[in-house]
Design a protein around this ligand. Sequence first.
Ligand code: SF4
Ligand code: SF4
Length: 525
Amino acid sequence: MPRTISLPVIEAKKPQTPAASPLMKPEGRVLATLEDDGRRRWLRPKPSPGAWWRRRVVVAWALIALYTVVPWIKVAGMPMVLLDVVDRKFVFFGSVFRPTETLLFGVLFLSVFTGFFLLTALFGRVWCGWACPQTVYMEFVYRPIERAFLGRGYTSTKHAVSAWRHVAMYAAFLVVSAHLANTLLAWFVGADRLTDWIFASSPAKHPAAFAVFAGVTLLMMFDFAFFREQLCSLVCPYGRFQSALLDRDSLVVGYDRKRGEPRGRKDRHVHADGACEGKCGCDGRGGCGSGGGCDGAHEQKRGDCVDCKMCVQTCPAGIDIRDGMQLECIACTQCIDACDSVMTKLGRPTGLVRYTSQASLEDAPVRGPRKRVRARLVVYPAMLAVLLGVATFLLATRESAAVSVLRTQGTPYVLREAGTDREIVESFVRMRIDNRTRDPKVYLVTGGDGVQLVREERVEVAGDASREIDVLVTSKPSSFDRGRRDVTLHVDEQGGASKTFHGHAATAVIGPLVIRPLATEGSAR
Ligand code: SF4
Ligand code: SF4
């Protein structure tokens, strides 16, 4: 008889949606821009046009104007600022700097970082809320455009908007993004060159620049139309450094929990279960509501926060300032304006949400005003002063030209008349001369002490330009120590007025390691 084997029946499990699975459900909101089920939570903050908002409008439009016009401003015939990465040339206020000035750039770079540290220790994320291009353009250009096209009810998810309004809004975004991309390009290639590319010749003749322009426009569209506030919380490293850069006395936008809590609209008669033992006429479980013959012994007064959530609705980061300091907060002050207007309407003092410090919020009224002298407020300014002092010194002693030795390419030396008593070594030194003035200059390259050149080099270098040359140094083989010989070459500006350049470049040339009769090393001609 054939045996029958009964197999256990495996029932297909129903796929569980993240929302249905208790394991998958997050305990709280993971990100302000994510719904619990992982979908994007679109933020449509309601503007709160209070006193801080008006100040920010002035600052924002001044910065936008600055960003737009700086590439067009000339100082002594040169762009005020030009960051020409392709030609490795940076112009600031009419002076040309090249990446070879590493010490100066290093010091300036450190100064900027230290300045940011100091600014953050003093004023918290004032850069984020007031001056960062992301915030400035998002809050004062793109969001106003959005509000204008989507209408007054745009903050509501139920607000129906016709398709053409969306199309028109994205078209406006595209125009602004193209303008932004053009302006950005002008910072890097110069306004004159950009104008020439656009109007005098076809953009098709400059495909690389056009590709950069198109790419930056799309990037702006992606950022300001879609990615938005997520850039601050997910991408920008500055937000992540917050905890290290802020201390308890740094200026932050904060909610006065002591004054605001317990939040609610009306004072309520509340007490712990059984606390009143029914003496007030309630059932002793806190269920009596207000009144009812209560003697008020258990009455709990509400704080000043009426829980209107205006501060939440206006927040461009999508957070609730009443939950404490959060990474996403960019200190934009919109919640201050929103809350102040509510407090004013209720006839209560403003400042429930205000510029303050963590220490003041936690310790007040014991602690009093913000502590102004702190270790980092001594260390950062001291560092900044030293760095700016060094930068000033480097700028003040900056020469009109610079000489540097580059890596030699090809054969490092040639042995001539090898095996004879007239044997000499010709070594190559590759030099670069940077003319930092606007005028063309002629420089004479000569040998230093004991250094013979095959010929002295006269080098012409155009204004604000660099030139690389090969200098041929002749030496006796015996002058090399283990295949190396230290040489110094002198570069002197020819003619010109009083302040002519005299510089030198020290390097080591390569020569033969071992000299054998009738034998050559390197290549002999
Ligand atoms: S919490 Fe207040 S200050 Fe912070 S981002 Fe939101 S509105 Fe701006
Ligand atoms: S705006 Fe002021 S009163 Fe209203 S919820 Fe926010 S903190 Fe409370």
